[in-house]
Design a binder for this molecule. Structure first.
Ligand SMILES: Nc1ncnc2c1ncn2[C@@H]1O[C@H](COP(=O)(O)OP(=O)(O)O)[C@@H](O)[C@H]1O
Ligand SMILES: [Mg+2]
Length: 306
């Protein structure tokens, strides 16, 4: 069963096309990763899926209902952790949680119990009576996730949940995401971190410049890479003309090294040898590797040469 269905979803900011006719589905019980570099359109998409931003075009169905028609019914069952942690800084951690419970119309006893449980889970119990103003980014993000989980939503949206956090907070948050998923929650999370996506997600959609460039399991995405080879080259003296390597799909210059992505390693290596001979350059090293998931990501979102 699909929890989210999106068709032709599009967002213009003025004339600028931030999200460009994207289609995808999120199945019940998945951790669905929305992976892309900064400015790709991740936050814009999440804001549309959570009813904060109105799409310019396209359809959103959540729990098999039209989001625009059933906004309240749907929003009651979703939790949101926005890009910027959203607790009130003049309230304490506990007060923020209690407020969420009241907003959701939960019973007093039930709120108390749930607050204590969540404060403990997120290592915030000792700090429950401290104003959020004094919290680090990591603590604010933990509280933000605790607030989203308080009403026990069946669908959770997380916008870059571990971005810029200390190691402890990031690990704690990843553990909770995994546990909540195991308990049955469907999770939609955006990230620009390949390793997090690989570690947590059952499927990954890769977005770049507002367009989806791939949707698949991390394993299958790695398979896309298997048709490619990454060649690393170092020359002395260092001199490199990308135009001369015509069989490359993508070339990256990394200091005094060159990284070449190709589906035809044999031709690229012959071109390198020719080039080095003609220019009288010494080949210091030349290695070939199968791409990692990160290489696939770079390959899918990158330009041919930059
Ligand atoms: N309110 C806005 N007005 C105009 N442009 C925006 C606005 N919000 C985001 N953008 C632009 O839309 C693009 C996508 O932004 P965003 O969805 O925040 O990307 P991401 O979350 O993937 O980093 C970026 O180029 C960004 O500058
Ligand atoms: Mg963002």
């Amino acid at each position: 069963m699909n929890v989210i269905e999106v068709e032709g979803l599009t967002k213009y900011y003025g004339n600028f096309l931030a999200v460009d006719h994207i289609d995808f589905e999120v199945k019940k019980g998945e951790i669905f990763g929305f992976l892309g570099p900064n400015g790709a359109g991740k936050t814009t998409t999440i804001r549309m899926l959570t009813g904060i931003l109105r799409p310019s075009e396209g359809k959103i169905r959540i729990f098999d209902m039209n989001l625009r028609e059933k906004m309240l019914d749907i929003k009651e069952r979703m939790g949101i952790v926005p890009e910027m942690a959203n607790p009130y800084i003049d309230l304490t951690a506990l007060q923020n949680l209690m407020l969420v419970g009241r907003l959701y119309g939960m019973k007093k006893g039930e709120i108390k119990e749930r607050c204590v449980e969540l404060l403990r889970l997120f290592g915030l119990y000792e700090k429950k009576d401290k104003k959020v103003r004094s919290f680090s980014k990591g603590l604010k993000q933990r509280l933000s996730l605790a607030m989203a989980l308080l009403p026990d939503p069946v669908l959770l949206f997380l916008d870059e949940p571990t971005s810029g956090l200390d190691v402890m907070s990031a690990r704690l948050i990843k553990r909770v995401i995994r546990e909540e998923n195991r308990k049955g929650k469907t999770i939609f999370m955006s990230t620009h971190n390949m390793a997090d996506a690989n570690e947590l997600c059952s499927r990954i959609a890769i977005i770049n410049h507002g367009r989806l460039v791939a949707i698949d399991t991390p394993e299958k995405l790695k398979k896309i890479g298997e048709r490619h080879t990454v060649i690393e080259l170092s020359l002395e003296p260092f001199k490199f003309d990308a135009e001369r390597i015509t069989s490359a799909d993508r070339i990256e210059l990394l200091g005094d090294k060159v990284k070449i992505y190709t589906r035809d390693a044999d031709s690229v290596i012959k071109e390198i040898v020719d080039y080095a001979k003609k220019e009288d350059l010494k080949i210091l090293s030349l290695t070939t590797e199968k791409p990692s998931l990160e290489d696939v990501f770079v390959y899918l979102v990158g330009d041919k040469s930059e």
